[in-house]
Write a protein that binds this ligand. Structure first.
Ligand code: NAD
Length: 383
């Protein structure tokens, strides 16, 4: 293969954004070409026909998959459909780049991962574009280097996903149990839930409150979760879509120091020696380990693109390069999509049941609780 022919399923807001990467920014992702798109909505197909020259437009993704026009599928529909479309694409011998979240509940994503295992020749990736952010890459490197020592705490306050009433008033699938399967945990936060577990691993248990504040929606837009890790470390994940102004601050503490990422900057405060070692020999009342500070800025030098966020382009470029064997580093393997979603499902379940939830979660209970909410939503809309 010397080029990758892409087909996009779903040319809504995000799908259309990607068509622009392929068309307006043509050449930026070398070796990538958009050859087909598909949407069940007539107006989106009309848009595609009028704006995407030389790109074949389909109504049914099955037809697009059988067309012989594409090598890789980008999935840009509402979340519930991600796993079933990915599974069908793999069965048709196509590579898959799935947008976040991997799905709504882990049982369906597990099925998608099982299918992927049957096709080791195909490339399965997730659009975890924030993994290309140099600050998170730096944090991962510091953790993996052992400099931070044993992790003791991770705290992420991510409350700057502000969404006003008008956002939810658009209607459709957003902000509903039937259409989206959740609120901020399923729509805005899959990036941070992926990064939280990418950096610190998957917790073993979660307690949480999930609530709806100040918006006429059924799903959660306010979450505070507390989690425990196998090594005794603890974590807190706080998110909302109604705080104004909001915060985006990640703190990762280990015995060797602390990483803070906030406002486009990573600060690594490194202890001169591990905290337990210091505490053992120190004799000074209120003594503290000596520290050294290093700061890194978040400019993405990977691709110098001003108009479009480099993150999504970074993932498409990496996916294309990996398929074309131009790199041996794959940023976001598809099978990893289940990790952040497991954390997300555990938070939901803990919030719904007001109980501590162990990971792996009870998947049947999850589906049952979600179904209950979908039924209640349906009943209230019929009133
Ligand atoms: N990675 C990111 O930064 C990012 C950003 C925004 C959205 N997303 C993800 O992209 C997905 C789509 O979000 P959106 O905002 O574009 O939604 P949207 O509603 O604007 O677009 C979805 C499109 O999918 C089409 N569709 C639905 N079912 C289909 C089917 N079976 N076959 C073909 N087309 C179908 C709809 O008609 C619609 O045009 C979501 O899962 C969302 O989480 C990712």
């Amino acid at each position: 293969m010397n080029k990758v022919r892409y087909g996009i399923v779903g040319v809504g807001k995000q799908g259309t954004f990607y068509t622009k990467i392929f068309t307006k920014l043509k050449g930026l992702v070398k070796g990538a070409e958009l050859t087909a798109v598909c949407d069940i909505a007539e107006d989106r197909r009309k848009y595609a026909e009028q704006n995407l020259k030389g790109v074949k437009v389909f109504e049914d993704y099955h037809e697009m998959f059988k067309s012989g026009l594409i090598d890789a599928v980008m999935i840009e529909t509402p979340h519930y459909f991600h796993p079933e479309i990915a599974i069908e694409a793999m069965r048709c011998g196509l590579n898959v780049l799935c947008d976040k979240p991997a799905g709504v509940y882990t049982a369906q994503v597990r099925e998608m991962n099982e299918e992927a295992k049957k096709h080791p020749d195909l490339l399965f990736g997730m659009m975890f574009n924030q993994r290309t952010n140099p600050l998170y890459i730096r944090a991962k490197k510091i953790i993996e280097s052992g400099e931070l020592g044993k992790l003791t705490r991770i705290v992420w306050i991510i409350t700057n996903w502000y969404r006003p009433k008008a956002y939810y008033a658009q209607g459709g699938w957003r902000g509903t149990w039937w259409g989206e399967g959740g609120g901020v945990l399923l729509n805005q936060c899959p990036h941070q839930l992926d990064l939280f577990t990418w950096l610190a691993g998957l917790p073993v248990s979660v307690t949480a409150t999930t609530s709806t504040v100040g918006r006429a929606i059924n799903v959660e837009n306010d979450v505070t979760a507390y989690c425990k890790f196998e090594n005794g470390a603890t974590g807190v994940f706080i998110t909302s879509t109604h705080d104004a102004p909001g915060t985006n601050r990640l703190e990762i503490t280990g015995e060797g120091g602390k990483i803070v990422i906030e406002k486009g900057k990573l600060t690594f405060t490194k202890n001169a020696e591990l905290e337990p070692v210091f505490s053992e020999h120190n004799t000074v009342f209120m003594g503290k380990p000596k520290t050294k500070k290093k700061t890194y800025r978040g400019i993405c030098h990977y691709l110098n693109i001003k108009k479009y966020p480099p993150q999504h382009i970074g993932i498409i470029k990496n996916y294309t390069d990996y398929l074309l064997k131009k790199t041996d580093k794959f940023i976001a393997p598809g099978e990893e999509g289940i990790r952040g979603l497991t954390f997300s499902n555990a938070i939901h379940l803990a919030g719904w049941t007001h109980k501590e939830v162990s990971i792996p979660i009870d998947e049947e209970r999850y589906i049952c609780e979600l179904e209950k909410r979908k039924q209640e939503e349906k009943a209230s809309s019929l009133k």
